[in-house]
Design a protein around this ligand. Structure first.
Ligand code: FES
Length: 80
């Protein structure tokens, strides 16, 4: 799984760093092979911090990270 957090200026101002800081320990709790990285502007600057998860774009506020982790990341990790 590849997660890219936009670190462009708009997303930076909306809290990209806090999103990364909150995601890191959550990801570390899993044994999954998750690659967390930064990327430049994804042309989705209007909402929150833009996060790309396996090619799908999300817009997060830093306070949404826990829920995003549970509903998107853990869901993809668990076999259905
Ligand atoms: S600065 Fe993040 S999507 Fe544009």
């Amino acid at each position: 799984m590849i997660i890219s957090i936009c670190v462009g200026s708009s997303c930076h101002l909306k809290g990209a760093r806090r999103v990364v800081e909150q995601l890191q320990p959550l990801i570390a709790q899993t044994d999954a092979n998750i690659e967390l990285g930064g990327c430049f502007c994804l042309n989705n600057c209007t909402e929150g911090v833009c996060v790309k998860l396996d090619g799908e774009l999300f817009s997060l506020q830093p306070e949404d990270v826990q829920q995003f982790f549970e509903t998107e990341i853990l869901r993809r990790l668990s076999p259905t």
